[in-house]
Write a protein that binds this ligand. Structure first.
Ligand SMILES: *[C@@H]1O[C@H](CO)[C@@H](O)[C@H](O)[C@H]1NC(C)=O
Ligand SMILES: *[C@@H]1O[C@H](CO)[C@@H](O)[C@H](O)[C@H]1NC(C)=O
Ligand SMILES: *[C@@H]1O[C@H](CO)[C@@H](O)[C@H](O)[C@H]1NC(C)=O
Ligand SMILES: [Zn+2]
Length: 381
């Protein structure tokens, strides 16, 4: 009898329309209800109550937008063959948008232990589009991009875990519901100005977030087990806050000044509660001014000189938060693993509207240019 009722209940749940599934307003969080490893309240508390000196300082180096041959060469010379203090390779996160991306190079980045995350198909410049977007549109922008990346870069779909919305423009519940629906673990689009010092650690959306909502439409639904990796703002030299480093305005115009400014922002967390700190830029950052690459390289070298600083992806920070071991016990039991599925590189030519598009991929060329609603580029029937 009991079993029959369960079956009927399960069937009734399955029959509900997608949008009503699992939705309820998030309740206030408490450490009694929200238990590790899969739940964490939004908080500046260090996981496991560790002392800052026993906490690895995680740094998320990230790049948004297309991966192309030219920027790939810069990434490779900057980031390949570097290791963290535990001997594991460093990991940089690439939030990939579709147009002009060379997916064979995405494959190469993955193969060299970097993390591939999603940044939409269109990278549409109108912020209203992202604010007002529906779940179905988001599913095309991010779900289809996940299919495109895993297929044409030939990497396991489960290796794709994170997302960043263009312009960090959240759409409230939809952003996070979508992330969970397409099998991601985290989003890193939500800026905080209030929780810089002490800094906000990554947390889950099981319960109500206490994070400041800057760009409108933050989530109110409970999205169990889905992580927010907060974008902790930097400040420029006139104390104006900026979320993406390439959006900071009043900054030094010489290499050494720039390096010192990076270090000053890094030190807010490093000398504080060691919440993971990001260095978030678009791929165009190094083209905007030649001193950026020189300063960035010096900054990465500086970080690599510190034996408690780890250059990792948000996925790896979250793994540590789920199992927070003190530095003295070793940061992780084993290095992150990757699965090499190979790459049979080809350059394909398409017509997109009145333009000719080239797309370099692993595997066979699709019939038409992959796009929203047709990620595999199948011929129309
Ligand atoms: C988000 O979810 C909450 C709780 O379910 C609901 O009250 C709110 O109206 C939703 N917001 C939007 C914009 O849909
Ligand atoms: C990284 O090391 C490998 C093996 O030693 C070498 O083949 C490769 O050229 C190096 N890559 C860079 C960018 O230095
Ligand atoms: C291609 O089409 C776009 C709009 O679809 C138009 O703005 C542009 O001028 C066209 N370019 C050429 C070379 O015809
Ligand atoms: Zn972008």
């Amino acid at each position: 009898m009991f079993r029959i009722i369960l079956v009927i209940l399960a069937a009734a749940c399955l029959a509900l329309p997608q949008a009503e599934k699992d939705l309820y307003a998030a309740e206030p969080c408490s450490d009694e209800k929200c238990l590790p490893p899969d739940c964490r309240c939004s908080s500046t508390n260090i996981p496991n109550g560790l002392e800052p000196a026993q906490v690895p300082q995680f740094v998320h180096l990230t790049f948004d937008d297309a991966v192309q041959e030219l920027n790939y060469q810069v990434y490779a010379s900057l980031f390949y063959n570097r290791t963290n203090p535990d001997g594991c390779p460093i990991t940089v996160t690439f939030f990939v948008s579709h147009d002009y991306t060379d997916y064979s190079r995405v494959h190469d980045l993955y193969l060299n232990y970097h993390e591939i995350a999603l940044h939409s198909i269109t990278d549409e410049p109108a912020t209203d589009y992202w604010r007002d977007i529906t779940i179905d549109q988001l599913k095309q922008e991010f779900g289809d991009e996940k299919t495109i990346v895993s297929t044409f870069a030939n990497i396991p779909p489960e290796a794709i875990k994170g997302m960043r919305i263009p312009f960090l423009q959240l759409s409230g519940n939809n952003t996070y519901q979508l992330g969970k629906d397409i099998g991601l673990e985290w989003d890193s689009s939500w800026p905080t100005q209030t929780f810089r010092n002490p800094g906000l650690w990554p947390y889950t959306l099981d319960y109500k977030s206490t994070q400041d909502c800057l760009l409108g439409f933050c989530p109110e639904d409970s999205i169990p087990g889905f992580w927010v990796a907060p974008v902790i703002d930097w400040t420029d030299q006139q104390n104006i806050l900026c979320s993406m480093v390439d959006a900071c305005v009043n900054i030094p115009d010489d290499v050494d000044g720039l390096v010192q400014w990076y270090i000053d922002n890094f030190n807010v967390e490093y000398n504080g509660n060691r919440a993971p700190i990001g260095f978030y830029v678009h791929q165009a950052y190094f083209n905007a001014n030649p001193i950026h690459l020189e300063a960035y390289t010096k900054f990465v070298d500086y970080l690599q000189g510190l034996d408690d600083v780890y250059l990792v992806s948000p996925s790896q920070s979250i793994d540590w938060i789920k199992n927070p071991t003190p530095l003295s016990a070793g940061v992780r039991a084993e290095c992150p693993q990757i699965e090499d599925l190979g790459c049979n590189k080809q350059t394909c030519q398409f017509t997109k509207g009145n333009e000719t598009r080239y797309m370099t991929i692993c595997g066979d060329c699709p019939d038409v240019y992959p796009w929203l609603g047709n990620p595999l580029g199948e011929a129309e029937v």
